[in-house]
Design a protein around this ligand. Structure first.
Ligand code: OAD
Length: 254
């Protein structure tokens, strides 16, 4: 709240400009990151002492190598995050996006780097989950042909009762490829949108962050919503410095 009021005039000007672009936009793309879930109580990865990567090394907790080295440790960390996410609710930013999409069918493509499922829980349709879904699992190896999630033994992590194949979270770890189907849809939205909102991301992780550059290159206006500077600020036509749960409802209100 304070940031927004303190920077009063310029922020209001930016907000009004963004509102005007939005009113004339047939194809809107939205790229979200951990910051959009911060006000729900989900820690981000990089900003401040509570951020995950200030407590853990990404290569330990978010890589296949790290998982193979210590599957129990990594599994426990994901179980902890699952419990955390099950206990929180979508906030006003998630809800504002879902509501706008409902009022303007077919005009918004929502692309997220988040794995928390809060956009879906807010009611957003067709979310492009670039980095997978925390609440789902998949197999580490191709498996024995009889691997079934209904037939597992053990707990941290559960294993196939027949061959011992390990379950792992269905998220994209560092060094892994994004789903081509999801990525192609995201790229195509970035290529064709007239306006892209970049919400709550540091812009530090590629290829996701490259979508904002791509949108800009293809002639879209880019609006950045973040209380802090981000690595994508230089492509922003308007920078709205403030929390997403306040600014997105203000921008998307009918
Ligand atoms: P980061 O933790 O890197 O960045 C979070 C951003 O949110 C920062 O720029 C904050 O300033 C901003 N922020 C904090 N509170 C906010 C609020 N209330 N409203 C708006 N913005 C706010 O998170 P991501 O950019 O999402 O990948 O990180 C990208 C990827 O790196 C993640 O998907 C994850 C991580 O490693 C994987 O795990 C593969």
């Amino acid at each position: 709240m304070t940031e927004f009021l303190e920077t009063g005039e310029s922020s209001l000007k930016g907000l009004n400009q963004a509102r005007q672009w939005l009113a004339h936009t047939e194809r809107l793309a939205v790229l979200t990151g951990a910051g959009i879930s911060a006000e729900s109580g989900v820690p981000t990865f990089r900003d401040g002492g509570t951020a995950f990567w200030s407590q853990f090394k990404p290569e330990d907790m978010a890589s296949e190598k790290g998982f193979r080295r210590d599957p129990a440790l990594v599994w426990r960390w994901y179980q902890y995050r699952r419990e955390l996410i099950a206990a929180v609710q979508p906030n006003a930013a998630h809800l504002a996006l879902a509501s706008w999409a409902g009022q303007h069918p077919g005009r918004m493509t929502l692309i997220t780097q988040n794995v928390d499922g809060l956009h879906e829980r807010a009611g957003s349709p067709g979310v492009l989950n670039l980095h997978g879904e925390l609440m789902k699992n998949r197999w580490l190896e191709r498996g024995c042909g009889r691997c079934s999630m209904e037939e597992v033994v053990g707990a941290e992590p559960p294993r196939c009762a027949h061959c011992g194949n390990l379950l792992r979270p269905a998220v994209v770890w560092f060094g892994e490829a994004l789903s081509p189907v999801v990525w192609n849809a995201a790229e195509s939205a970035a290529n064709t949108c007239e306006l892209m909102l970049v919400v709550g991301t540091s812009g530090a992780v590629y290829p996701a962050a490259g979508l904002a550059l791509r949108a800009k290159r293809n002639g879209a206006k880019v609006v950045i919503i973040n209380p802090q500077p981000s690595e994508l600020d230089e492509v922003g036509d308007v920078l709205l410095r403030g929390p997403a749960a306040m600014l997105l409802p203000a921008l998307l209100a009918a």
